[in-house]
Design a protein. Structure first.
Length: 305
């Protein structure tokens, strides 16, 4: 009758190597044959690696201690390990996976196959190790390895909204100046762009609230008319925007302190723009000067003092 090693150990029972050694006059630590067989049957240390599919869906295998591991690619990233005792008495029958994200707690997973997938975050370090076991006991754990995922790609800048169409028959002006009488009394940022020349936005002024202590605007505490800020000018005087005669310009007032703006200073973000409709002005060297006042979401003409 065929007798395998496991059955041989069971039949010998308590017969020890120490007893056999005494007959031969050799000192030895008492170890049962069953313990010897169990020792030889315990699983071996597993070999770990990472795997994923590249952009062409080809398998990529990396050592377990690595950087720049991709996130969100086709097939995901797998934690894999091979059994050094496969197809022998030392073959593992179960695995204990220890997995940690950053400085968080260690998660323990019990599984019956040498592979597992985890959702990964960008720019994050992970540590992991695997411990095998079978009916003879627990084998040596793998080393604890670390890998780190790639940094998150930059968010694409949202496309700017289309340029609105200015109204026809605008009257040309030779200078535009502004008072800040916004009811919320916030500091505002003034932006200008050339609609005719399809130019980019440019910030030209930062204007504080011009209310005085008596709730008058735009006056100082002595009741004297405050100074207006130049917005559209012929040569850029007073910090205004240098204009071309005959071109149409859009003026946008941005308030980063609006509750829905989240501190952004951008004329293309509607939640940050104060006016409830676009403000257009046609510049002409022979036109008259115009002073406007920001109030209630509009640029209203300021009456002559």
């Amino acid at each position: 009758m065929a007798l395998n090693v496991r059955r041989f150990g069971q039949l010998l029972g308590a017969m020890t190597v120490g007893a056999m050694a005494e007959k031969l006059g050799i000192a030895a630590r008492p170890v049962s044959v069953r313990d010897m067989i169990a020792g030889f049957g315990r699983p071996l240390q597993p070999d770990l690696h990472l795997s994923w599919l590249d952009d062409l869906r080809r398998p990529v295998v990396h050592r377990p201690d690595t950087f720049d591991v991709p996130v969100g690619n086709a097939g995901g990233v797998s934690l894999e390990w091979s059994d050094s005792g496969k197809e022998s008495l030392r073959q593992a029958t179960a695995w204990t996976l220890s997995f940690r994200t950053g400085n968080g707690p260690v998660g323990i997973s019990r599984m019956n196959f040498p592979r597992n997938e985890f959702p990964l975050a960008f720019d994050t370090a992970y540590t992991w190790s695997v411990e095998p076991d079978n009916e003879f006991g627990v084998g040596p754990s793998s080393p604890t390895f670390m890998f780190k995922t790639v940094a998150a790609p930059p968010k694409p800048k949202p496309k700017p909204p289309p340029i609105p169409v200015p109204p026809p028959n605008l009257i040309g002006i030779s200078k535009l100046s502004l008072f800040n009488c916004q009811i919320e009394r916030h500091t505002v940022n003034v932006w200008v762009r050339d609609i005719t020349g399809v130019g980019p936005w440019g910030q030209i002024q930062v204007i504080k609230s011009q209310f005085n202590a008596n709730d008058q605007c735009p006056f100082d505490d002595n009741g004297i008319l405050a100074d207006s800020s130049a917005i559209l000018t012929k040569s850029g005087e007073g910090g205004g925007f240098k204009c071309t005669s005959g071109n149409i310009y859009q003026v946008s007032i941005v308030d980063p302190d609006r509750p829905t703006c989240e501190g952004q200073n951008d004329p293309d973000i509607g939640n940050c723009v104060v006016e409830d409709r676009p403000s257009f002005f046609k510049f002409h060297n022979d036109g008259s000067e115009l002073i406007v006042m920001l109030e209630n979401g509009r640029l209203a003409p300021f009456p002559n003092p």
